[in-house]
Design a protein around this ligand. Structure first.
Ligand SMILES: [Zn+2]
Length: 75
């Protein structure tokens, strides 16, 4: 999973000189801020990426206890 999602197609916002937005959902990059959940829910890019995230999760079963100790788990 990527920490930041910045490889979405961007287009220039005409009214602003140095502003760009997602080509799919038209949300400015300054609002998206590299986060997938900041795209519109119907955004094509977001849906594509979500699919990959879900697929990755399926292909790679969680073995988190090998990677990091959860010594401080509290409930
Ligand atoms: Zn988008």
């Amino acid at each position: 999973m990527k920490p930041f999602y910045i490889d979405y197609p961007q287009e220039k916002i005409e009214e602003h000189q140095h502003a760009y937005r997602c080509q799919y959902c038209k949300i400015p990059t300054t609002v998206i801020f590299g986060l997938l959940e900041n795209h519109a829910e119907h955004c094509e890019y977001r849906m594509q990426q979500s699919k990959w995230v879900q697929l990755e999760a399926k292909l790679k079963p969680q073995h988190s206890h090998f990677d990091e100790p959860h010594a401080d788990e509290v409930d």
